[in-house]
Design a protein around this ligand. Sequence first.
Ligand code: ADP
Ligand code: ADP
Ligand code: ZN
Length: 216
Amino acid sequence: MVNIILLGPPGAGKGTQAKRLEEARGMVQLSTGDMLKEAIAKGTELGKRVEGIMARGELVTDDIVIGLIEAKMKDRARGGFIFDGFPRTLKQADALGDLLARTGETLDAVIEMQVDDAALVARITGRFTCGNCGAVYHDLTRPTKVPGVCDVCGSTNLKRRADDTEETLKTRLMEYYKKTSPLIGYYHAKGQLSAVDGLADAGVVASAIAKVLDKA
Ligand code: ADP
Ligand code: ADP
Ligand code: ZN
């Protein structure tokens, strides 16, 4: 079993690659962003608490996301977990280390998806997803085959995120550089970091990740 973290700024391609890994290797994607968005959509107490924070592009508190991850990790994943958008702070990284240690599991690779800020604006403003199956699309780089219809499940419920604006991206990027980018040094020091070029075509990125996993 292989457990990995996909690390990178908003729009780096974490969700896209996580979905590919689920299909190719039977791994299970754990996206705290998706869990939080689900809570908002359902109108839960948690959803109400985080809605404003997420709309502004700020990070929600560590305890919230650690709790979400802990609950999901109770169901063991045969192919291993893909942590997507978690951890985002050093406190979350330590908590993940503790959770894995408690279940006797390992963290096998941390994949840093390297991109540049200019590309992220285009990535974020063109992004839309399937509200039914979570498939990730892009107006220019990955449009649906039939306009308005999900390639994977046929749903016409295609959605854009409220926080995917150029303005909010600035806050999200600043949060990334301030709070999340220190994880690059942290995992490098632990000898667990591998970098891939996130600006390459999605298939090329997938091959680069596969190479890392086959060595892990
Ligand atoms: P992206 O795919 O653009 O990186 P996500 O879907 O992962 O964004 O996250 C959306 C929002 O959810 C973040 O801007 C933040 O407000 C919140 N969020 C998601 N994961 C975390 C986390 N691990 N810690 C704190 N906040 C988080
Ligand atoms: P993240 O989860 O890191 O925020 P996503 O996987 O949601 O990123 O990707 C952001 C946007 O960029 C989506 O619209 C996606 O279709 C597109 N995208 C992802 N990977 C690539 C790539 N390698 N080349 C071009 N566009 C990509
Ligand atoms: Zn779909």
